[in-house]
Design a protein around this ligand. Sequence first.
Ligand code: MEV
Length: 438
Amino acid sequence: MVGTDAEKPRRAVNSRIAGFRDLEPSERLQKLAEIAGLSQSDTHALRGGGALPLALANGMIENVVGTFDLPIGVATNFTINGRDYLIPMAVEEPSVVAAASYMAKIARDNGGFRTSSTDPVMIAQVQVLGTNDPNGARQRILERRDEIVATANEKDKVLVGLGGGCRDIEVNVFETTPVGPMVIVHLLVDVRDAMGANTVNTMAEGVAPMVEELAGGPVRLRILSNLADRRLARARMELSIDSLATGEYSGDRIAQGIVEACAMAIVDPYRAATHNKGIMNGIDPVVVATGNDWRAIEAGAHAWAARAGRYTSLTRWEISGVGTLVGCIEMPMALGLVGGATRTHPAAQASLALLDVRSAQELSEIAVAVGLAQNMAALRALASEGIQRGHMTLHARNIAIVAGATGNQIEIVAGELAESQDVRVDRAKEILRRLTGE
Ligand code: MEV
């Protein structure tokens, strides 16, 4: 399979690394390299600092003046379908990686995440205008389904050779639009390990003349849909109520609080937007670290969340008949392992090596598992002490750095800031002056 070392034996990693967060970044990287068997070039790429050479960056987009760095952290403790993963996350927000790792630890003690996914089927749309008989046009197009599928597949024989390709078509009619009747043809294309945008766009352009002739009206748009609702990934976890207890809050109280918080996101779009943002806090960093198109993932996620006409939660939390807390997520996940930055960006390649995934479907299932973990972290905190305390503790480290703290000063300054619940740069500078005696 292109881009995935399908035959290479997989190294079993243990994602539970004691004391990982207490190490220095270089020690963490060293440990990861040992555990995951990373090559020197992958280790170098994950370390950053020039990992994306300017010449390469210059070939990726236009008017390049430099590159932009983000921290890459590694979420630990994940076990998905019985297999452990160390998950790279490129993100600027404090507490995201810690929260994912912590929730993954709770999930792990309860058997971990269970995931599944559909085949990686993308949709390409072909828009036809100006038909007087849009329903007749629809049927004329469907009568020639096999030829349209074959014409599309002519455009990517490599994909067909890999077991993918255009599988089917569907045709939607909109009898009234601001510009008259519209017929929209969908090509349903199994893109295997690609994100698939280029492939399906080429196919849509390839079938356009035939569609135009059959429909009796001009074709205009020929482009993929980011509402990738034929390419869904799912994750589920089931937790004992006792494992949810935190501080003075009982497991029952937390479980009930999580269910109630989710209920609010299900009915109220204002809450759903924030709830889903929390989920994307987990998903986007995996998408970015692996060089995938996070705008496409965001577009798909929110369109899917609004598919019933009212924007709602991407997750569901319930208390099962046997008294466990069950969390579920299902959403579009158009991720690739081949093509684009996944191939060209050395850090994306290194991230994929760390994950050691064998298919885009496997990657998509990991991404939604992280999203579910992130959602659990937010709801668990919101259902108990609120998010500010934990968030501020981590935010305090940033503020300490901004104030000029270095080395072990960072922890001392951050500790005092968090303790006083007064996390401001001028206060951090004050503490720093006291520490250094200036
Ligand atoms: C913050 O980045 C994300 C949260 O607001 C998510 C949520 O409220 O569920 C904490």
